[in-house]
Design a protein around this ligand. Structure first.
Ligand SMILES: Cc1cc2nc3c(=O)[nH]c(=O)nc-3n(C[C@H](O)[C@H](O)[C@H](O)COP(=O)(O)O)c2cc1C
Length: 170
């Protein structure tokens, strides 16, 4: 297949695939490195490279799950708290083999929307790299990521835009 056909196939095959459909096997380090490397090729105005992505696996991922659950509990009015939702947050994070926090850094050199656009293109690169490597993935953007403090160091000029879940397919 020529390059154009391969690219067309990968773009058309890309889907959001959720943690319930991930297997318990680990993504190989080589593939994970390739997915993260793809981020650096996203176009970005004035070379601000606004992506600040952090990888969570193993113990770091377990702590992220606990923090997300604690935030949900703390920010939800008691009468709206749902045990199922609380458990689901933990289930999804535990089921994913690797999670990347999607944080944008606003440099002040270009409008904020341009930095968000560049970060989104970086996420698309990860999506396409996952597809090409048969890895399930999706961008999750719950409100509670605004409160992440222990797992992430968010500076004044930065914002967390969500989490990118990854796992081998069943
Ligand atoms: C910026 C952004 C945020 C998203 N946030 C969520 C989310 O919080 N929860 C979710 O289930 N899917 C989320 N998605 C994934 C979309 O639901 C998904 O892309 C859409 O349903 C189309 O499906 P596809 O990716 O398979 O084409 C997000 C996608 C984008 C681009």
């Amino acid at each position: 297949m020529n390059n154009a056909k391969v690219l067309k196939q990968i773009i058309e095959q890309r889907r959001s695939i959720f943690p319930k459909d991930y297997s318990a096997t680990e993504i190989s380090q080589e593939i994970l490195d390739e997915i993260l490397h793809s981020v650096t090729f996203a176009p970005n105005h004035k070379r601000t490279r606004p992506w600040r992505f952090k990888l969570f696996r193993g113990e770091g991922k377990t702590k992220l799950a606990s923090e997300m659950q604690a935030i949900y509990k703390a920010t939800q009015p008691e009468q709206l708290f749902l045990e199922k939702k609380y458990n689901d947050i933990g289930f999804k994070i535990n089921k994913a083999d690797a999670i990347v926090s999607i944080v944008v850094n606003f440099s002040g050199m270009v409008p904020e929307w341009e930095e968000i656009a560049a970060v989104s293109m970086a996420v698309q690169n990860m999506y396409l790299s996952c597809t090409a490597n048969n890895i399930g993935c999706y961008w999750s953007s719950p409100k509670i990521v605004d409160h992440l403090k222990e797992s992430l160091t968010i500076e004044e000029n930065q914002k967390c835009l969500g989490l990118f879940y990854m796992g081998n397919l069943k």
